[in-house]
Design a protein around this ligand. Structure first.
Ligand SMILES: [Zn+2]
Length: 132
């Protein structure tokens, strides 16, 4: 998020400080399509994240294919590593999570904790090892 701003999403509204954010979503079918959609500028606004992305720039998309819905587990993992809740119930109106969008002071992709929490390989390229 290049500049702090207030965004209305659904019935809620929140102030988003400038900085880095990580959002967890799921698309049980059509993961690639959903990710391409998040990266695209032109679209009808449907989900909370669409409103957020009107103001923010997508810096990275991480596919995490899974046969089951894991977004809430991943979301909690992000809170545990220090993700800050700035918008209550953002993207989590259908579940018990406080939010599915977390604010970070530093670029989360550079944080070892972040990659570990999400179970993504430490090295962004080549190696497929799951790490410990
Ligand atoms: Zn959730």
């Amino acid at each position: 998020m290049p500049e702090a701003c207030t965004i209305q999403f659904g019935k809620n509204k929140a102030f988003f400080p400038r900085g880095w954010y990580a959002y967890v979503g799921s698309a049980m079918k059509g993961l690639e399509k959903r990710m391409a959609r998040h990266a695209r500028q032109e679209k009808k606004r449907r989900w909370h994240i669409d409103y957020f992305l009107e103001k923010a720039q997508v810096r990275g998309l991480i596919p995490m294919p899974s046969p089951r819905r894991e977004e809430c587990d991943k979301s909690r993992a992000l809170e545990e590593i220090g993700g800050i809740v700035v918008a209550q119930k953002f993207g989590s109106t259908d579940c018990k999570c406080k939010t599915h969008l977390y604010h970070f002071a530093r670029p989360p992709m550079m944080m070892e904790d972040f990659r570990t929490a999400l179970g993504i390989p430490t090295a962004p390229t080549h190696t497929k090892s799951k790490g410990a």
